[in-house]
Design a protein around this ligand. Structure first.
Ligand SMILES: [Fe+2]
Ligand SMILES: [Fe+2]
Length: 301
C-alpha cells in the first residue's frame, strides 16, 4: 500500500558494541526512532541538552532498569517509559537485566551515537583484552566524574566528553607489561618509568580517532596542582579541569579497591586523605564537589 512500510527485523542500520546496540528504525521530520539494547549491569546515561526543546523518549520493551532520583531507587520495566527534556544534570539508568528500549529523539542522534559506539568499541575491546580491572575501574571513575562535573556546572558537552574520557583514561596501560601492572610489590624506578608513559600513550592512541579532542585530558590525568605529577609536571591552571576531576575520582577508586599489596581503604579514609591534599595535589573546588557527590551517594557521612 502506498505510504505504508512494513519491516520485519529490517533495520535501516545497526551498530553494536559489547554493552549496547542501536538500530535505526526510521526517521522523518527531524525525529529519529531507534531500538536500543543494553546488556545487564551496564548504564544508559542521559546528558543535559544545550537545546531545551530537544526531547528524548524511551519506552521499555523488555527487561528491567533502575534509576536513582533524589536518593530513591526506582525500578522500571516493560511498558514503563521515561523521557528527558532540558535536564539540569546527567542521569544514569542501570540495566538490571538485558534490556530492549524503543528510543525516540526529536533531534537526529543516530549517526553521532553510532560513530561513537564504533570508535569506543574498538578502543574498549583493546582495553578489556588486556585488563578487566581497568575497564571496571574506568566505569566507576566515569560515574563519579560525571556527577562531580555536574556539581561544578561544567555544561553538557564537557560532561559528555568527560564521561568518554574517563572510560578511556587508562587505555595507554595497554603498553605496560602485565607483570608490571599486576606486580604485588613496590615497582622499581625503571618499572615506574614504564607506568608513567600511560597518559602519553593513551593520548597518542586517541589522537588517531574521532576523540582527538579528548587526548589532552587523558594526557593530564596524573598531573597534580603542585607540579609534582607526570608526565609534564604541569601546575594549577595549566591542568584542564576535566583532568583534575579524573585525577580525584581515579585516586579515590584506586584507594578503595583491594590491591595485590594491600587491602582497600574505606571510602571515608580515602576522602579524608584527598581533602588533606586539596590545594597540594588536587584542586580544592574539585575536591569539594567530589565530597558532595560522595555524601549524596551515601559513601561517606
Ligand atoms: Fe592512570
Ligand atoms: Fe585510572
Amino acid at each position: 500500500m502506498e505510504g505504508l512500510e512494513i519491516l520485519k527485523d529490517g533495520y535501516l542500520e545497526t551498530v553494536r558494541n559489547g554493552a549496547t546496540s542501536l538500530s535505526l528504525l526510521g526517521r522523518g521530520g527531524g525525529i529519529e526512532m531507534m531500538k536500543q539494547t543494553v546488556v545487564k549491569d551496564k548504564l544508559v546515561v542521559l546528558f543535559p541538552g544545550e537545546d531545551a526543546s530537544v526531547q528524548e523518549f524511551f519506552y521499555i520493551l523488555s527487561g528491567e532498569m533502575e534509576v536513582e532520583i533524589d536518593g530513591k531507587l526506582i525500578l522500571i520495566g516493560p511498558d514503563d517509559f521515561f523521557s528527558a527534556r532540558n535536564l539540569k544534570e546527567p542521569v544514569s539508568i542501570s540495566a538490571k537485566t538485558d534490556v530492549t528500549l524503543l528510543y525516540v529523539s526529536t533531534h537526529p542522534t543516530f549517526h553521532t551515537l553510532s560513530n561513537e559506539i564504533n570508535d569506543l568499541r574498538k578502543i574498549g575491546e583493546e582495553v578489556e583484552r588486556k585488563d578487566r580491572y581497568t575497564f571496571k575501574h574506568s566505569s566507576r571513575v566515569a560515574h563519579y566524574a560525571v556527577k562531580t562535573a555536574a556539581k561544578l556546572e561544567l555544561g553538557r558537552e564537557k560532561i559528555h566528553n568527560l564521561f568518554v574520557t574517563s572510560i578511556l583514561h587508562d587505555i595507554g596501560k595497554i603498553n605496560i607489561p602485565e607483570e608490571v601492572l599486576k606486580k604485588p610489590d613496590k615497582l622499581t624506578d625503571e618499572e615506574f618509568e614504564l607506568v608513567k608513559k600511560h597518559p602519553g600513550d593513551g593520548a597518542a592512541m586517541l589522537r588517531k580517532t574521532a576523540y582527538a579532542d579528548l587526548a589532552d585530558i587523558v594526557e593530564q590525568h596524573h598531573e597534580r596542582v603542585n607540579g609534582r605529577g607526570y608526565p609534564f609536571g604541569l601546575k594549577g591552571d595549566e591542568i584542564l579541569v576535566e583532568a583534575k576531576i579524573i585525577g580525584v575520582c581515579d585516586t579515590f577508586d584506586a584507594m578503595t579497591e583491594d590491591r595485590a599489596y594491600r587491602k582497600a581503604f574505606t571510602a571515608q579514609y580515602a576522602v579524608d586523605e584527598i581533602k588533606r591534599l586539596a590545594g597540594i595535589q588536587y584542586d580544592p573546588e574539585v575536591v569539594e564537589a567530589f565530597e558532595q557527590v560522595m555524601i549524596e551517594e551515601g559513601k561517606i557521612i
